[in-house]
Write a protein that binds this ligand. Sequence first.
Ligand code: ATP
Ligand code: MG
Ligand code: MG
Length: 282
Amino acid sequence: QSRLLTDYDEIKALGSGAFGVVVSCKSKIDETSYAVKKIAIGDEEEFKFDRVRREVLIMSQLQHPCIVRYHTVWLEPFLAGLNNLTDDDDEGSSSVSNINLPHLYIQMELCESTLKDVFESDKIMTEPLCWSIFADVMNGLTYMHAQGIMHGDLSPANIFKCGDVWKIGDFGLARNVNDESDDKVIQSLDMKGTYKAPDENVDCAVDIYSAGILLFVMILKMKPITDMEMVVAIADLKNRGELPEEWNNYPQWQLVLKLVQRRPDLRSSARTLLNIVSAYSQ
Ligand code: ATP
Ligand code: MG
Ligand code: MG
């Protein structure tokens, strides 16, 4: 019997990503709710195992209020009984060959929602909310970057709300920039389009660029805007370094330009940005 079923109650699906499913569940032992990410792995998928293992290694060394907290990880052989409850089953009909694959379970702090959920809801962004989310993200990034860890996939889906705090999560593409053995090619392959930096060399500066697009979108969302207008505004920013004209009346909003510089070395550091915005978000 899977440890998920023996030791946890109230198992509910939360979402799924490239590699697996995420469920919320409550530990029968400590009576606390957690998020558990379940990922199928196998010998023939060494590549996948390496990546997932790196995600766990990195998460386990990060402890900060603005980073989704990692609790533990465990490995189990695949159990047929669990299939219908929580299986990712992304191979569909090939589930027969999947049957012997072990699964890795990553237990994390349970968060309420993501910034993507806020964007998709009718809730309108306010300036104080904008700055407080941005300050939390900069706070988490400052901590990570000081340890040489880059996230590599900052986007609204990976910014999590936990109580009053916004936290960085999903370290699936994270990497230690000082570790030569970490494969740089993987990074440039996977990151999502809109928030992706145009950089050839991937390092911590890619996160700053992504955070710049994130801030830009949050500010735009303070007023009703169509998807098309959003696409055009993002393209103008990325291709020409232009902000919407009305923004001239709002000096703080020009901050976006310090993050989306084409040249990575011209972008502000997370620490500098944190210092600037701590004043805004009070
Ligand atoms: P991808 O890389 O494609 O974004 P992934 O397989 O790495 O996906 P995550 O992004 O970590 O998976 O998680 C997938 C979804 O599960 C999230 O978008 C979110 O909805 C939910 N989720 C993940 N972690 C948590 C958490 N700690 N608390 C609450 N929900 C979570
Ligand atoms: Mg994700
Ligand atoms: Mg991921």
